[in-house]
Design a protein around this ligand. Structure first.
Ligand SMILES: Nc1ncnc2c1ncn2[C@@H]1O[C@H](COP(=O)(O)OP(=O)(O)OP(=O)(O)O)[C@@H](O)[C@H]1O
Ligand SMILES: [Mg+2]
Length: 262
C-alpha cells in the first residue's frame, strides 16, 4: 500500500518505521504486553506486540484459539489496559485514553460475542451507533433499512425487535456488524465477524468489508478471522501464537507459508 500522507523521516517511533511506507500509520502498537494473575502465577496473554497499520490498509489477524487475538482487539479499543507498552493513533499516544475517548477519536470495535441491551430495539441501537454519521441519520429510517439489508436482515422484521436473547446468535452478530458499519469510523476492528454467520450470507459479509474500504479509501480495518476467504481480502496478514505475532507479511507471502504448512 502506498502511504497516503507525505513522506517524512520524522517518525517519532522508529521501531515502527522499519517496514517501508510505515513512517506514517493510523494505528501503532509499541511493545504491548498484557498479563493476568492466576493465584500466585502470572499468565502473559500478550507479550511485546509491536506493529503498525497504515491508512487504507486491511489487516487480518489470525492464529489458534487462546493466542491473544481478542485481547489485542480489546486493548486497541480501550476495553483492557496493557500492562506495558504504547498505543498510538495518528501518531498520538492514546494508551491512557478511555474506550469512549477512543470511540470519539474514530475507533470502532465489533465484539466476538455481541453484547445485548435489554429494552433497546435494533432501530435504537443503530440510531445511537450512527450518531454523528449524517449520511445515515439524514433521510428518516431509509438508511437504517439499508444497513440492515447490507447484513442480510429484513428491516420490516428486525427494526423493532428488542436486543435480547430471543435473537439468534447469527442475528445478534449481524446487528452488531450493522452497528459498527453505522459508526463509519476511520479505524474498525471486527473480531471473528464470520462466527455464527451461515455460509450463504458469508459472501454478503465479504462485500460489506469491500464496500467499507471503497467508501473511504483512508479507512483502516483489522479483521480477526480464521477464514481463508477473509484472509484473501487482506493487504497484510499477522499470525499470532501464544501472545506474540509470530509471522507478518503481505497476504500472498503469509498465505503461501500457510499452504506449505497444510
Ligand atoms: N482477564 C483475563 N483473565 C484470565 N485469562 C485471560 C483474561 N483475558 C484473556 N485471558 C486468557 O488469555 C488467552 C487469550 O485469550 P483471547 O480471548 O485473547 O484469545 P483468542 O486468540 O481471541 O482466542 P479465540 O480464537 O478462541 O477467540 C486465553 O487463554 C484467555 O483465557
Ligand atoms: Mg477471540
Amino acid at each position: 500500500m502506498e502511504a497516503t500522507r507525505p513522506f517524512s523521516l520524522d517518525c517519532p517511533y522508529p521501531i515502527l518505521s522499519k517496514a517501508p511506507c510505515y513512517n506514517y500509520f493510523m494505528l501503532g502498537l509499541v511493545g504491548v504486553s498484557f498479563s493476568v494473575k492466576h493465584g500466585k502465577s502470572v499468565k502473559n496473554v500478550l507479550n511485546d506486540v509491536t506493529f503498525s497499520v497504515n491508512d487504507g490498509e486491511l489487516v487480518v489477524i489470525t492464529g489458534p484459539n487462546g493466542s491473544g487475538k481478542s485481547t489485542l482487539a480489546k486493548i486497541i479499543a480501550g476495553l483492557e489496559v496493557p500492562t506495558s507498552g504504547k498505543i498510538l493513533l495518528n501518531n498520538e499516544d492514546i494508551t491512557a485514553k478511555s474506550c469512549t475517548d477512543r470511540a470519539r477519536l474514530g475507533i470502532a470495535f465489533s465484539f466476538q460475542q455481541p453484547v445485548t441491551f435489554k429494552g433497546l430495539t435494533v432501530k435504537d441501537l443503530l440510531t445511537i451507533a450512527a450518531t454523528g454519521n449524517e449520511t445515515i441519520l439524514s433521510g428518516d429510517t431509509d438508511n437504517i433499512d439499508k444497513l440492515l439489508l447490507k447484513v442480510g436482515l429484513d428491516p420490516e422484521l428486525y427494526m423493532d425487535r428488542e436486543l435480547n436473547a430471543s435473537l439468534s446468535g447469527g442475528e445478534q452478530k449481524r446487528i452488531e456488524i450493522a452497528s459498527v458499519i453505522a459508526r463509519n469510523a476511520d479505524f474498525t476492528i471486527f473480531d471473528e465477524p464470520e462466527a455464527g454467520i451461515d455460509i450463504w450470507s458469508f459472501s454478503k459479509l465479504i462485500n460489506v468489508f469491500k464496500a467499507m474500504l471503497k467508501e473511504n479509501p483512508k479507512r483502516s480495518i483489522i479483521i480477526i478471522s480464521h477464514q481463508e476467504r477473509i484472509m484473501k481480502l487482506a493487504d497484510r496478514i499477522f499470525v499470532m501464537e501464544k501472545g506474540k505475532i509470530v509471522k507478518q507479511g503481505s497476504r500472498d507471502a503469509v498465505l503461501s507459508t500457510m499452504e506449505i504448512a497444510k
